[in-house]
Design a protein around this ligand. Sequence first.
Ligand SMILES: Nc1ncnc2c1ncn2[C@@H]1O[C@H](COP(=O)(O)OP(=O)(O)OP(=O)(O)O)[C@@H](O)[C@H]1O
Ligand SMILES: [Mg+2]
Length: 264
Amino acid sequence: MQGGAVKMYSSSAVELKDVTKRYNEIVAVNNLNLTIGTGEIFGLLGPNGSGKSTTLKMLMGLVQPTAGSVTVLGLDVQKQPVEVKALVGYVPESPNIYEFLTGIEYLDFIADIYSVPTAEKQQRITEYLKAMQLEGREGDMINSYSDGMKKKISLISAFIHKPKLLILDEPLNALDPRSARIVKDFLHELKSQGVTTIMSTHVLEIAEAICDRIGIMYQGQLLALGNMDDLRKTASMPGSGLEDVFLKLTGTEDLRAVVEELMK
Ligand SMILES: Nc1ncnc2c1ncn2[C@@H]1O[C@H](COP(=O)(O)OP(=O)(O)OP(=O)(O)O)[C@@H](O)[C@H]1O
Ligand SMILES: [Mg+2]
């Protein structure tokens, strides 16, 4: 057996063990156990307030778990927070980017923080700006950008240092269909290079189309986990789409009838 290579491929990129996060009386994440393999694209779904962002923040070391352990790329997030951040690209739910910088200044600044060599930095920034159709606007102040444009800058800044793991909190929110498609294709390309992605999303079709596995969270716990077939089995709904499975598992099936009634 070729120990090193095999070990690297088979090792998990993310491991959450018995993880709980409480905010006073609110239990945001409740005894969560989850392992994500290297090179996987994993989708975290769930209703508002179900604990997705809290889980992603714990992976980044931005929120400390109340109990349990979080390991990212073999590193203990609580003990090695700086090393983890160097290997991970993160897009928060509401990116807090420096609005007083221009797009290009911001990307330049982030690339320097990650010590991306100058030639590569310039090449990557130019390519990504072009792919995201931001060419021509890179010299404008970020506070003059639309929400989607800010999201694109945030995505580019997460990709700029070629991270091994991407933690994306609703990355496709606010993106137009073409840009969403570009990001989707890009994640697939990165996957072929062994990059792992964990993303939260409310866009069920996208989760269904690009994620290898999906976890459905509800009240801080994983209700269901697996590929589409596994989820259909869990919901006892063979042949169904993700929306129906999601609504059934999260107990919001009846809400749909209410909405349909309202639309009549
Ligand atoms: N900083 C905080 N202080 C107190 N409570 C918090 C804090 N952050 C999150 N919570 C609570 O934790 C729970 C989970 O929130 P979280 O943001 O993880 O949900 P989410 O699944 O990302 O929801 P959404 O789909 O709306 O983004 C919610 O009840 C929320 O009110
Ligand atoms: Mg969230």
